[in-house]
Design a binder for this molecule. Sequence first.
Ligand code: SF4
Length: 297
Amino acid sequence: MSKKERYEMNKLTKRLRHAVGDAINDYNMIEEGDKIMVCLSGGKDSYGMLDILMSLQRVAPVKFELLAVNLDQKQPGFPEDVLPAYLKSVGVPYRIIEQDTYSIVKRVVPEGKTTCSLCSRLRRGILYRVASEEGCTKIALGHHRDDILATFFLNFFYGAKLKGMPPKLVSDNGEHMVIRPLAYVREKDLIRYAKLKQFPIIPCNLCGSQPNLQRQVVGDMLRDWDKKHPGRIETMFSALSNVIPSHLNDHNLFNFKDLKSDGILPEGGDMLFDEEEIAPTNELSRLFAPQKLELGE
Ligand code: SF4
């Protein structure tokens, strides 16, 4: 590795550790005595997640265990020795589960239909079972900031819901806590990290499934915005942590019916006739320089 690459690696490693550490703290993802099942697909994100969690484990004030788990779904051409060799070399406890979900999906889903939803459901069920068998208290998934934003826009555009992908949630069967330690991490950092670290990536198209068109459209849109409007992705991601239910329309979330003018200001206040001052984000400061924007409510 050249001097420049080493410098870049140090900077990137620090940035990734900070982002993961912040997400862990903000959502109380890891507690003393946790045994965390780290789900590894063999893609750049899950390799990055495992690597960063291992480095945090060495210095964290709380003690926790890691168990790397890969589900070998018996897709044709899956290189079954790659992950065990890697996991042995980094010295993390691991378990490989072999279960032929590939044949089930191929048998059940009609030709030409997308196979991902059944495949993910089967995978989820198996991973939950293994988490129980292994006594894991948390299940860590490798979704990053850009996955979260893409899911938000997919729901916004096609699902008529304001719904993203939470950094922490209780599993469908109510028994497990699922965490996403990469929630604050940029995908481009994970791509760069995987290259510098030379993770032995396993391609994700072995199942032959067609890529989800809507997800692709949203992904292209976000990448395009990121190029044309630097800072926009960061602003949008911050917005997901800054929700004002009284200024949306969901009457199940905010009690509009019983709203009273009784001198108590509801959350978000009344700015109906005011100009709202928008803090200059990177994008806005480039476009407008600090100034007041007339947005209208
Ligand atoms: S891409 Fe293939 S392996 Fe991945 S969820 Fe879809 S069907 Fe399953």
